[in-house]
Design a protein. Structure first.
Length: 86
């Protein structure tokens, strides 16, 4: 399996995280301040320039008040769709 940061699976997860951030009315800088990380880290994740690590994903979900199970389910569906096409 391709492990690139540019796979459709990561793209779906990044879009989901960004959608949740925007739904909360938070900017990159707002979330980054709450997260204790530089805003460029989150910006790179949202712009497909950096993968989100599992622990970071859970931290971001907590900040965004998003259910991590929903994001993981989205990722799982994306992976299952790929397997069905081969």
């Amino acid at each position: 399996m391709k492990t690139s940061v540019y796979t459709a699976h990561y793209d779906a997860l990044r879009k989901w995280l960004k959608m949740n951030r925007e739904a909360q009315g938070l900017s990159l800088r707002d979330v980054s301040a709450l997260w204790g990380r530089h805003h460029s880290v989150l910006g790179k994740i949202e712009q497909s320039r950096r993968k989100v690590e599992l622990v970071e994903f859970i931290e971001l979900c907590s900040i965004l008040e998003a259910d991590p199970h929903e994001g993981l389910s989205l990722l799982q569906k994306s992976l299952s769709g790929t397997k069905n096409k081969t």
